[in-house]
Design a protein around this ligand. Structure first.
Ligand code: DQA
Length: 143
């Protein structure tokens, strides 16, 4: 089974970007951790990052045809994007939303998530460890 792991804007700078908030692991480290879990779980993953909203939307559309589940860190689009919510509402499988930081402990504008209106579960504030945990849970959901 195939799981899409999608990452929104500025996450390409993970490891360099505000490490006091997001830690020192890079997105490549996150991908490697997910690949280790995926191998053990006999899942295939497609791991993507984009700074462009339309690209994330296009991947969600692609997932409709081939993926069993989606794990998404929409980054700043979490708090702004009705379009991402609408795209996820066109996807039938489980959706898990991941945030590296605890968005509820931060500025008020980060407390609301459009994507949470669709997500089956949300992980926030566990650092990059949230990604492999989300994938482990996804495996259980897909069993
Ligand atoms: C984030 C939290 C968002 O508020 C922020 O815009 C990000 C990253 C996180 O993983 O903690 O870019 O999604």
């Amino acid at each position: 089974r195939l799981v899409f792991i999608l990452n929104g804007p500025n996450l390409n700078l993970l490891g360099k970007r505000q490490p006091e908030i997001y830690g020192s692991d890079t997105l490549a480290d996150v991908e490697a951790a997910c690949r280790r879990i995926a191998e053990a779980a006999e899942l295939e993953i497609r791991f993507h990052q984009s700074n462009r909203e339309y690209e994330l939307i296009d991947w969600i559309h692609e997932a409709r045809d081939c993926a069993a589940g989606i794990i998404i860190n929409p980054a700043a689009f979490t708090h702004t994007s009705v379009a991402l919510l609408d795209a996820l509402n066109c996807f039938e499988g489980p959706v898990i939303e991941v945030h590296i930081s605890n968005i509820h402990k931060r500025e008020a504008f980060r407390h609301h998530s459009y994507v949470s209106l669709r997500a089956d579960g949300v992980i926030a504030g566990l650092g990059v460890a949230g990604y492999p945990l989300a994938l482990q849970h996804m495996q259980r959901l897909l069993e």
